[in-house]
Ligand binder design. Structure first.
Ligand SMILES: NC(=O)c1ccc[n+]([C@@H]2O[C@H](COP(=O)([O-])OP(=O)(O)OC[C@H]3O[C@@H](n4cnc5c(N)ncnc54)[C@H](OP(=O)(O)O)[C@@H]3O)[C@@H](O)[C@H]2O)c1
Length: 226
């Protein structure tokens, strides 16, 4: 069975934060970078975010451009990528925008919470358990079985940290916004972890592009720096 290609996507401030500490979502990117992200979404079979990002940001996770959606349909794909989230607590409200906009919805959880969550999200999403614990390798195996060949992971911190710590990311897009958050109460891109190879392993920098006032760095975590 083939696991999907995994692309992590994040927007960070110059001082490494992905949000501020206020209840409102901080907009880090500008229009040009949102458009770039829209293309990356359109090129993906599935988009995954953690449950806390759903609770905090309440995203729809759509492809906005009608032309990109039409191109997907013309290529024999669904109009929108499959939308995937992960939750152990099962604390996912039926009112979240994620459920009520385009794209199939899939929630991975554990044996302990699957019945409760399936009941809560009846008619809105498929709920699947991957056993006593949720392992992201098992998530990739299952998505591969479902025909997903390109997975975009849009955060947040806990999810991105888990993918990189488990060496499951093939590609990393870091959009650096010219903003200083300056508050250690705000969430960072990544948390503490034993990353493979530690600080001595250098990823390969594949590309640097500009989207408005945002610098987009494309790294290949599994390829060595040359
Ligand atoms: N700037 C950006 O590009 C960007 C993008 C996305 C998010 N963000 C920010 O990221 C922040 C949220 O990050 P976060 O680290 O708090 O949360 P997160 O990574 O979005 O979600 C964490 C949650 O996912 C579930 N989860 C993660 N790993 C799991 C596992 N192995 N098994 C079962 N469930 C698992 C758990 O849900 P349960 O608690 O339900 O068990 C956990 O609490 C927000 O501030 C958001 O704005 C920024």
């Amino acid at each position: 069975m083939t696991r999907p290609h995994v692309l992590l996507s994040v927007a960070v401030s110059i001082d490494g934060y992905i949000d501020d500490a206020s209840p409102e979502r901080l907009r880090l990117s500008g229009a040009a970078d949102f458009d770039r992200v829209d293309q990356v979404r359109a090129d993906s079979d599935a988009i995954l975010v953690g449950a806390q990002t759903l609770r905090r940001d309440n995203p729809r996770l759509l492809v906005d451009s009608p032309d990109r959606r039409a191109a997907r349909v013309a290529a024999g794909k669904p109009e929108f990528p499959l939308k995937v989230t992960v939750s152990a607590s099962g604390d996912l409200d039926r009112g979240l925008r994620f459920w009520h906009h385009g794209g199939g919805k899939l929630v991975y959880t554990t044996d302990a919470g699957v019945a409760k969550l399936a009941d809560r999200l009846a008619g809105l999403a498929e709920v699947a358990s991957l056993g006593a614990e949720l392992d992201f390798g098992a998530v990739l195996d299952d998505l591969g079985r479902r025909g997903v060949s390109r997975l975009m992971v849009e955060g947040g911190t806990q999810v991105h940290t888990a993918f990189l710590a488990s060496d499951l990311a093939d590609e990393l897009h870091v959009a650096v916004a010219p903003i200083l958050v300056g508050d250690t109460a705000a969430p960072r891109f990544l948390g503490d972890a034993r990353y493979p190879g530690g600080p001595h392993r250098r990823m390969r920098l594949a590309e640097v592009t500009q989207a408005g006032d945002v610098a987009v760095l494309r790294y290949l975590p599994k390829a060595r720096s040359v």
